[in-house]
Write a protein that binds this ligand. Structure first.
Ligand code: 6PG
Length: 232
């Protein structure tokens, strides 16, 4: 079962996430000389990224990857890379050489293949992320593993997902890659997440609520940081 931390509000959630992320990053650098971090998009982590940017990160020894990306150009307002660049990379003066974005503009299939090569080259085949910052969608998705798509069953470090509806295709780290991470912080904020959160913490079909994948992680890997509104 994941560790669960409840904060009073979204501001405290971001403070807590920043504190934990900073410690995890510093530990990775101490132990292995580098911290490999994968970032999510969405609205929840923005404040955490802004706080991290002010935290005196050892940016020379951090390398930034992505949990998922929407299949849009990198300057599109829906691009997860664009959001991370605005909220973290620019203000922390992180060099482009330390940022490994998913190429959403290639489309999901080609983008997933290209990012698999990036991970194999930059992390090494089979090596884990040190830190994944993940989110939870109102429908129970995490990363871009969407419900009812079979995405949780796709093999590979990086997968192509077609969420359907009005959402564009996505590139996402796959279930096994997410679960192999040394640490995962799952950030959950707001009353709109209550139902998905309750379901994500109850065992059941992962294709129905993909965030249930985190229940399968080894002890000590996943920390859910939720605010009181999400807890209900
Ligand atoms: C994305 C994300 C996604 C996100 C959840 C929660 O690209 O949309 O990476 O997995 O974490 O949808 O999004 P919010 O933080 O906006 O609720």
């Amino acid at each position: 079962m994941p560790e669960i931390l409840v904060t009073n509000d979204a501001g405290e959630l971001a403070e807590q996430a920043r504190t934990l992320a900073s410690t995890i990053i510093a530990t990775a650098i101490d132990q292995r000389g580098v911290a490999n971090i994968a970032l999510s998009g969405g609205s929840t982590p923005g404040e955490t990224y802004r706080l991290l940017a002010e935290s005196g990160l050892d940016i020379e020894h951090c390398r930034w990857f992505f949990v998922d990306e929407r299949c849009v150009a990198p300057d599109n307002e829906r691009s997860n890379y664009r959001a991370a660049r605005r909220e973290l990379f620019e203000s922390a003066k992180i060099s482009d050489a330390h940022v490994f974005r998913m190429l959403g503009e290639l489309g999901a299939e080609a983008g997933a293949r290209a990012y698999t090569e990036v991970l194999d080259a930059e992390l090494g085949a089979g090596a884990p992320m040190d830190l994944v910052i993940a989110g939870l969608g109102n429908d129970g998705h995490t990363a871009s593993l969407f419900p009812g798509t079979g995405a949780v069953r796709l093999p590979g470090r990086v997968v192509a997902v077609t969420p359907g509806g009005e959402l564009e295709p996505r590139i996402s780290l796959g279930r096994d890659m997410l679960l192999a991470s040394r640490r995962v912080l799952l950030l959950v904020s707001g009353a709109g997440k209550r139902s998905a959160l309750v379901q994500a913490l109850a065992a059941g079909d992962e294709d129905v609520i993909p965030a249930r994948i985190y229940l399968a992680a080894p002890a000590g890997v996943v920390t859910v940081i939720m605010d009181a509104a999400a807890q209900g």
